[in-house]
Design a protein around this ligand. Structure first.
Ligand code: FAD
Ligand code: UQ1
Length: 455
């Protein structure tokens, strides 16, 4: 729909009146969230800075920008009632954490003084500095930060049954709030056979997560005495086990020692759920398929850019937000910026990357507001705490060059108990109280101290 046509303008007005009716129905009695309810957004539809998406990057930048621009000048558009700390889902899928611990209401994470527009972005028009939402609002901005994340494409796997039937068909996936507990149920129900783990033929968020759950499965089955009844298989679309050699070498040692079979260039294309069979295509020999029987199937779905970004003038050819890889400023619209999974930054998509990006983007926007040239450069820092058991983690950290960029002055390719505690116990606090409050910009400054200024 194009909101500039007269027809569309009518539906915008209808949308707003429907919104007002909804406000009258739901407002009042104890609904005292200062920044919630889409109704109040209709009273103001221009913001100095508008943030699209209230996930990791969106909330983080809202907090930072509100500090910079003051209350009332920043709004964030996010449809979900709940905000999730996704990295802990790896442990939820293995029964080591409860799902409830991963979520907080969006109302509680939107910083005070920032307007929460509880709607879905439907169209972005950077030529007129306008955003259109699914409930008919037109919001204009001076500056825009796009933090819309990425889209999961389970529908691209042929034959995948309805989510309600996944446990019956022994399927789980740590990648969504609806499916992560199914991984744990399927793991507990495991009797005998193949445990098969997949990695799709697309960019993914947290490229280590597809194998973390495999190591936890191995550890769980050993703990309950079923490991000798299981064959663990990792079928990955990639030509490598991990993108950074130092960690890949260490992971190859682990899979060898734990008797895990790794098949490279294998892409899940079909699930025959009633027969408990998964069909993989050999990416080096298109058309050649191999069928794996399974007793447990963990799916990492294909992923891609969010449709609203892909269909906007802000996208690159592949559909990702087209930003400068050093400044995070859009390549053709200088009042537009991007952060996180929605961007085409050539680094691994993680929350840790968002943390490092947030400090750079904060600085870039400060400079742009002062009509100066951005001066700080993002080095591509990203991190993946590779959980290798219920008590160990290998903390991978690297940059655009694909070289390790480690925070601690120890060999981080070793599995360590202390890193497990960092991942399981410390990171959630750092996320909720540091990153989302705009106070944590990644470990860069600490790395420099710990390496005596050498890194
Ligand atoms: P998100 O946090 O996904 O936020 C995007 C937001 O945009 C969402 O709130 C969504 O509702 C909203 N949105 C989407 N479409 C629209 C629309 N049309 N209009 C308005 N809003 C919209 N990272 C790590 O650093 N370490 C880890 O160990 C780690 N492990 C992970 C394990 C798993 C299983 C998963 C799933 C992720 C993991 N990650 C990890 C990755 C990390 O969670 C993401 O990289 C991070 O959340 C990206 O932040 P983002 O803001 O780009 O996207
Ligand atoms: C990090 O900053 C971060 O964001 C809060 C994560 O979670 C989403 C991480 O998993 C990691 C590893 C980092 C990097 C932090 C340190 C202390 C190495």
């Amino acid at each position: 729909m194009n909101w500039r046509t007269p027809m569309a303008a009518v539906s915008v007005i209808h949308g707003q009146s429907a919104l007002w009716r909804q406000c009258f129905r739901t407002a009042g009695v104890g609904s005292g969230h200062l920044h919630t309810s889409s109704c109040r957004a209709t009273s103001k539809d221009h913001y100095k800075l508008l943030v699209l998406g209230g996930g990791t990057g969106g909330i983080t930048m809202s907090a930072r920008m509100k500090r910079k621009l003051g209350a009332g000048n920043v709004a964030v558009v996010e449809p979900s009632e709940m905000h999730y700390y996704q990295p802990i889902w790896t442990l939820v899928g293995a029964g080591a954490k409860k799902l409830a611990s991963s979520g907080r209401t969006t109302a509680s994470v939107v910083p005070s003084g920032v307007k929460w527009v509880k709607s879905k972005v439907q169209e972005i028009n950077p030529d007129t500095n306008t955003v259109l939402t699914d409930n008919g609002m037109k919001i204009t901005y001076d500056y825009l930060i796009v933090a819309l994340g990425l889209q999961l494409h389970y529908e691209k796997i042929k034959g995948l049954p309805d989510v309600e039937d996944w446990v019956k068909f022994k399927i789980g996936s740590n990648y969504t709030v609806e499916t992560v507990e199914k991984t744990w149920k399927v793991l507990q129900n495991f009797k005998e056979g193949n445990a098969v783990f997949t990695f799709p033929n697309t960019p993914v968020k947290c490229a280590g997560a597809p194998q973390k759950i495999m190591y936890l499965t191995d550890a769980y089955l050993r703990k309950v005495g079923k490991r000798n009844k299981a064959k663990i298989v990792y079928n990955t679309s990639l030509p490598v086990l991990f993108g950074v050699k130092k960690y890949a070498d260490a992971l190859w040692e682990i899979v060898k020692n734990r008797d895990i079979q790794v098949n490279l260039r294998q892409n899940l294309i079909e699930v025959r759920a009633d027969r408990q069979q998964a069909v993989f295509e050999n990416l080096d020999k298109p058309g050649e398929t191999k069928v794996f029987e399974y007793e447990m199937l963990h799916i990492t779905p294909p992923m891609g850019p969010i449709t609203v970004v892909k269909e906007s003038p802000l996208a690159d050819e592949a559909g990702w937000l087209d930003v400068n890889k050093e400044t995070l400023q859009h390549k053709t619209y200088p009042n537009v910026f991007g952060i996180g999974d929605c961007t085409n930054l050539p680094t691994s998509k993680t929350g840790a990357a968002v943390a490092a990006q947030s400090a750079i983007l904060d600085r870039t926007i400060s400079k742009v507001l002062k009509k100066e040239k951005p001066d700080r450069k993002y080095d591509g820092y990203t991190s993946c705490p590779l959980v290798t058991s219920y008590s160990t983690v290998m903390l991978a950290e690297f940059d655009y060059t694909g070289q390790p960029l480690e925070t601690f002055p120890i060999d981080q390719s070793k599995e360590r108990r202390i890193m497990y505690h960092m991942k399981a116990d410390f990171m959630p606090h750092l996320y909720w109280h540091g990153l989302l409050k705009g106070l944590w910009g990644g470990p860069g400054p600490y790395r420099r101290i710990m390496h005596l200024g050498m890194k």
